[in-house]
Design a protein around this ligand. Structure first.
Ligand code: ADP
Length: 426
C-alpha cells in the first residue's frame, strides 16, 4: 500500500512542478495550477468509475490495469475477492460433506431454528415424518402433534428421550432426542425403535403370560402341601423337614409370581387415566396395621406421623398402597425384633413427602443406585432368609414414575435406612 501511495505522491508532485513551470513560463500560475488540479480530479473520478464498473460485473475477470495507488487498490480488492471465494468454496464443501453424511444416516436428523421451525432435515427424517421441501420454516409441532411431544418440546427438559407412535405410520414407534445448540436452535434425532419396542413388548407379554400360567400349578402344589401337613400323616423327621422347606419355597414362589404380575401390570397399562384424589392418612393407617400384624412376634414399634391429616394425592389407590406397603414391609422384614419404624407424611414447597425410616441394619451407599433394579439384593444370603423377591423396590419405582414422583434412599450401615417418596402437588 505504501509503495502505491508514494508513487501517487510522486505523480502528484510531478504534476504540480509541471503546472508551476508552465504557469511561470506563461505568467498564469493560478490558472495552470487550477487546470492541473482539475485534471487530477478528473483522472481520480475516471479511476473510481472503472473500479465501480469492474465491481458491478461480478465475475472472475481480473481488475483493470492501473498504476499508483489505484493499481494497488485494484489488486488488493481482487485478492480479497479471490480469498473470499476460496473460503466460501471450502465452507460449501464442508457443508455438503456434513449433509451427505447425515443423509446417509438411518436416523432422522432435523435442525430447528430458535422459534422451533424446520430449518433443515435429512432424507430419513423426511421418510419418517413426511416433510416436504415447502415445509421449511413451519413449526415442528404442526407435524408431530402428539400431546406428549408438544409438552416435551415446550417444557425444554431434554435429558431423557421420548418414545411415541409415529405420526405417519401407526405401526411404527419413534424415539425423539432433542439437543440445544447455537442461539437456542435445536437438533432432533429421530430413531425408529419399532423393533426394540416389539422385543420389549414380547418380553413383557412373556413375563405376564408365564406368571399367569405358573399361578395355577403352584396353587395346586401349595394346596396339596398344606393338606399333607394338616393331615397329621406320620412322616419321618427328614420328610417333615422337606415338607416345611417345600411349603416355604412355594410361598416364596407365589410371592415372586404376584410381584411379577404386579410389575407387568404397571408396565403394560396406561397410567394417569384412573387417577382420583386419594386420602393418604387412612391409607397409611391401614398399611401400619398390616405391618404390625406382619411384625407379629418380632414386636416392632411402628409409628405413623401425619403433619397434615387431610392430605390428598391424585393417583391410583391400589398402586399407591402397593408402593407404600412395599417400603413398610421391607422395614419390617429387615429390622430386627423390637426395632423402631417411623412412617412420616408431610407437605412442603408444593410437594408431598412420605418416608419410612427404620433403625435396622442399613446398607452401604454404593448399593443405592442399584436397589430399584429387578432382583437386586444387597446380600443374597441375608435376603434368602427374609423371603424377599428382589422386586419390591422395582414396583415402588414404577408406581412413583406413574405418579410423577421420585424415590430417595439414604442408609447407614448399622444405623438404619430411610426411603422417601416425593410427589409434586398437582
Ligand atoms: P426384597 O424383596 O429382597 O426385599 P426389594 O426390591 O424390596 O427386594 O429390596 C431390594 C434390597 O434392598 C433388599 O433385598 C434389601 O437388601 C435392601 N433393602 C430394602 N429395604 C431395606 C431396609 N429397610 N433395610 C435394609 N435393607 C433394605
Amino acid at each position: 500500500m505504501l509503495r502505491g501511495f508514494s508513487a501517487e505522491l510522486r505523480r502528484l508532485f510531478i504534476l504540480a512542478v509541471v503546472c508551476v513551470l508552465v504557469g511561470l513560463w506563461f505568467d498564469r500560475l493560478s490558472w495552470t495550477l487550477l487546470a492541473g488540479g482539475a485534471l487530477y480530479i478528473a483522472w481520480m473520478v475516471w479511476q473510481i468509475r472503472r473500479l465501480n464498473k469492474w465491481l458491478l460485473r461480478q465475475n472472475d475477470e481480473p481488475p483493470p490495469e492501473s498504476s499508483g495507488i489505484w493499481g494497488e487498490l485494484f489488486d488488493n480488492i481482487y485478492h480479497l475477492q479471490r480469498r473470499q471465494v476460496q473460503e466460501k468454496n471450502s465452507l460449501r464443501a464442508v457443508i455438503s460433506r456434513v449433509q451427505e453424511t447425515s443423509s446417509a444416516l438411518r436416523d432422522g436428523v432435523i435442525v430447528l431454528d430458535w422459534r422451533g421451525c424446520l430449518d433443515w432435515w435429512n432424507p430419513s427424517a423426511q421418510r419418517l415424518l413426511g416433510f416436504h421441501s415447502s415445509d421449511q420454516g413451519k413449526s415442528v409441532i404442526n407435524f408431530i402433534r402428539h400431546p406428549r411431544f408438544v409438552s416435551y418440546f415446550e417444557e425444554g427438559n431434554y435429558s431423557e428421550p421420548l418414545e411415541l407412535p409415529s405420526p405417519r405410520f401407526s405401526s411404527k414407534q419413534l424415539q425423539f432426542q432433542i439437543t440445544r445448540f447455537g442461539r437456542n436452535e435445536r437438533l432432533i434425532v429421530v430413531r425408529d425403535t419399532t423393533q426394540l419396542h416389539k422385543l420389549e413388548q414380547m418380553r413383557q407379554d412373556f413375563v405376564a403370560n408365564v406368571s399367569h400360567e405358573l399361578r395355577t400349578p403352584l396353587t395346586v402344589i401349595t394346596g396339596y402341601l398344606e393338606t399333607l401337613s394338616d393331615s397329621g400323616a406320620e412322616l419321618s423327621p427328614s420328610w417333615q423337614k422337606a415338607l416345611r422347606q417345600m411349603q416355604q419355597q412355594s410361598r416364596r414362589m407365589s410371592l415372586l409370581i404376584n410381584d411379577l404380575i404386579t410389575l407387568s401390570k404397571l408396565e403394560t397399562t396406561e397410567s394417569g387415566h384412573n387417577h382420583k384424589p386419594v386420602a393418604l392418612k387412612p391409607l397409611l393407617e391401614s398399611i401400619r396395621s398390616e405391618a404390625q400384624a406382619l411384625s407379629g412376634e418380632k414386636n416392632h414399634q411402628i409409628f405413623l406421623e401425619c403433619e397434615t391429616p387431610d392430605l390428598e394425592l391424585a393417583g391410583n389407590e391400589k398402586e399407591l398402597h402397593s408402593a407404600f406397603s412395599n417400603l413398610v414391609t421391607n422395614a419390617v422384614k429387615y429390622t430386627p425384633a423390637e426395632g423402631r419404624i417411623v412412617m412420616r407424611l408431610w407437605e412442603a414447597h408444593q410437594q408431598i413427602f412420605f418416608s419410612v425410616n427404620d433403625n435396622g441394619p442399613g446398607f452401604d451407599s454404593k448399593h443405592i443406585p442399584h436397589l430399584t433394579q429387578r432382583f437386586y439384593r444387597v446380600e443374597q444370603s441375608r435376603n434368602s432368609g427374609t423371603g424377599g423377591t428382589g422386586l419390591g423396590l422395582a414396583i415402588v419405582k414404577h408406581v412413583l414414575m406413574r405418579h410423577d414422583g421420585e424415590l430417595q434412599i439414604s442408609s447407614e450401615l448399622g444405623r438404619g435406612s430411610t426411603f422417601t417418596c416425593i410427589f409434586s402437588r398437582s
